[in-house]
Design a protein around this ligand. Structure first.
Ligand code: PLP
Length: 396
């Protein structure tokens, strides 16, 4: 059978030819392409496709339409030139460091990163001969002082977990660029609906799409975006290290981001109301929310943020661990040690995200046994506030 005849029978069911019917109209929404491999016309065509000389698809791990479309959506959201999609947020961070760094390089690592990221950038990179120094990203002079001639990357989060400190991206980018290094920002808590780090001077931005970016609690995915200048090795590393995404996750995430700004505006407004309620509640010792005037980074957040101050609120119960246990046991708000779902959920940093730290380390970060982290969803604001009141009433 000639190659072109074979291709018209675009189905693995013998005798079924969908190609003609499919070409009559165009689906309004992107179909889900689950094909692991694509049929090629000739060795020459396969060669050109695999060499990137011809635009098209051969093997899902290298490239697939659902990842391409989601990457394009991410480029638009971040005003980026390039974006690549990975199987998780951790894979996106791995992609950033493995595409930009090599043995002998040095990285400056924020001391308030997600725990697994810290592990990756310290212990794991150390094994590859990449050294690091931990920095306080909120003290720019100390960051400047930590730069060495080998420093090639600086890594920080837009909004850090769980105290919701905001990093000065413009200030960090100036220091990073003076050092001839690359600034990578983890924008997971903010999403591009709240902050677009590339427009503030960052070179690379990544997100765990598993969180608010997708926003429906049903996807595990990551994304890395930046400029053409930094993309030379990115696609190769993504394919060679096997960080590739699945079509279904990309398809779901495309649907998720189509309502991102809408969802973030709603969640931010509810989070602001929740923070104000908590700030005057008798069971609450203190509240961290960038939208409150009392937050240490409120002014900085006002200059860097769009569409509100985000969907995360952290508060400390005066009754400590016992109060936290009671509030969680009330079941008024589901205890889910993640964030960014459709509905409001809560987490308890001491027993989940920060359980690996000593009491002293947690205390230094301002995390008490009574600290609760709220991820506000897009549920009705009055329902969220009522659930919060119910939960707090169970504490005493
Ligand atoms: C701030 C931040 N960055 C990165 C990650 C890792 O993302 P993933 O779980 O999609 O690998 C997480 C996960 O919780 C996170 O909270």
């Amino acid at each position: 059978m000639a190659g072109s005849e074979k291709r018209e029978t675009s189905s693995n069911v013998p005798g079924v030819d969908l190609q003609q019917r499919l070409s009559a109209t165009v689906p309004h929404n992107m179909p889900l392409y689950l094909a692991a491999v694509w049929q090629c016309d000739s060795p020459e065509q396969a060669d050109q496709l695999l060499a990137g000389k011809l635009d098209g698809y051969v093997y899902q791990r290298d490239r697939h339409p659902n990842a391409d479309l989601f990457a394009e959506a991410c480029c638009q959201l971040h005003e980026a030139e390039r974006a690549s999609i990975t199987s998780s947020g951790m894979a996106a961070i791995s992609l950033a460091v493995l595409s930009q760094l090599q043995s002998g390089d040095h990285v400056l690592v924020s001391n308030q990163l997600y725990g697994r990221t810290t592990l990756l950038l310290t212990s794991e990179l150390q094994r590859l001969g990449i050294t690091h120094a931990l920095i306080d990203p909120y003290d720019l002079e100390s960051v400047r002082a930590a730069v060495t001639p080998q420093t090639k990357m600086v890594i920080a989060e837009t909004i850090a977990n769980p105290l919701l400190r905001i990093v000065d991206i413009r200030g960090l980018s100036e220091i990073t660029h003076n050092a001839g290094a690359v600034l990578l920002i983890d924008n997971t808590f903010a999403t591009p609906a709240i902050c677009k780090p590339l427009t503030l001077g960052a070179d690379l931005v990544m997100e765990s799409v598993s969180k608010f970016m997708n926003g429906h609690g049903d996807v595990m995915l990551g994304m890395l975006a930046g400029t053409e200048k930094h993309w030379e090795r990115v696609e190769l590393v993504n394919a060679a290290w096997g960080f590739a995404s699945s079509p279904l996750e990309c398809w779901l995430a495309c649907r998720g981001v189509s309502t991102l700004t809408l969802r973030m505006r709603q969640a931010s407004a509810t989070a602001q109301a929740a923070a104000e309620l908590l700030a005057v509640h008798e069971e609450v010792e203190s509240v961290e929310y960038p939208g409150l005037n009392s937050h240490v980074d409120h002014e900085l957040a006002s200059t860097q943020f769009l569409n509100g101050f985000g969907h995360m609120v952290t508060f400390r119960l005066s009754g400590g661990r016992q109060a936290a246990d009671r509030l969680i046991a009330s079941g008024s708000i589901p205890f889910c040690p993640s964030l960014g779902d459709v509905s409001t959920t809560l987490s308890h940093p001491t027993s989940t995200s920060h359980r690996g730290l000593s009491d002293a380390e947690r205390a230094a970060l301002g995390i008490t046994d009574g600290t609760i982290r709220l991820s506000v969803g897009v549920d009705q604001a009055s329902d969220v506030l009522n659930s919060l009141e119910d939960a707090l009433s169970s504490v005493s």
